[in-house]
Design a protein around this ligand. Structure first.
Ligand code: MN3
Length: 200
């Protein structure tokens, strides 16, 4: 099997002013496409060739660094595009809102802890809200293109939302101001998709 760049569910301009069109175009068309191309090269002739991207992540310790980096890059970006939408933001509702209150006390506390995880990730990586093995919400961060599905992850779980804090995700518009990018990103979160991931 070879992997393909999934269709972006909105236009490059759709997330403005929070995420600018040029960043989206390069991030999706160049960075994500690069992970897909490199992943396809890396899996050629290996056991990973017959596996889904989720299964590659879950068994990533068996594979090369190139599969880990590019498989993670493909999974993470496919997830990232889906969990944002134009006119998103606001707050979760229903059982996801209940779980947020149970784990963090309030939505504001979730935001503050998540932003701290994103700001505190040295260099490149991701901040995540995950559902852990006991069904509770938890915040963590991963380096590079690792994610919480991976068997090598320090904190494991099912990603509910995740924010790319690599400089390529924000530098054109926000330069070094990662905190401003993180603050703006809450305005584009697709909470319907997050709720689906939480109940999966
Ligand atoms: Mn990225």
């Amino acid at each position: 099997m070879s992997f393909n760049l999934p269709k972006l569910p909105y236009t490059y301009h759709a997330l403005e002013p929070h995420i600018d069109a040029q960043t989206m175009e390069i991030h999706y068309g160049k960075h994500h496409q690069g992970y897909v191309n490199n992943l396809n090269n890396a899996i050629a002739g290996t056991e990973a060739e017959k596996m889904s991207i989720d299964d590659i992540c879950k068994n990533v310790s068996k594979f090369s660094t190139a599969i880990r980096n590019n498989g993670g890059g493909h999974w993470n970006h496919s997830f990232f595009w889906q969990t944002m939408k134009p006119g998103g933001g606001g707050q979760p509702s229903g059982t996801l809102a209940d779980a947020v209150n149970a784990a963090f006390g309030s939505f504001d506390e979730l935001k503050s802890k998540f932003n701290a995880a994103g700001a505190g990730r040295f260099g490149s990586g991701w901040a995540w809200l995950i559902k852990n093995a006991s069904g509770k919400l938890e915040i963590c961060s991963t380096p590079n293109q690792d994610n919480p599905l991976m068997d090598i992850a320090e904190v494991k779980g099912i990603p509910v939302i995740g924010c790319d804090v690599w400089e390529h995700a924000y530098y054109l518009h926000y330069q070094n101001r990662r905190g401003d990018y993180l603050a703006a990103w809450w305005n584009v979160i697709n909470w319907d998709e997050a709720a689906k991931r939480f109940s999966s």
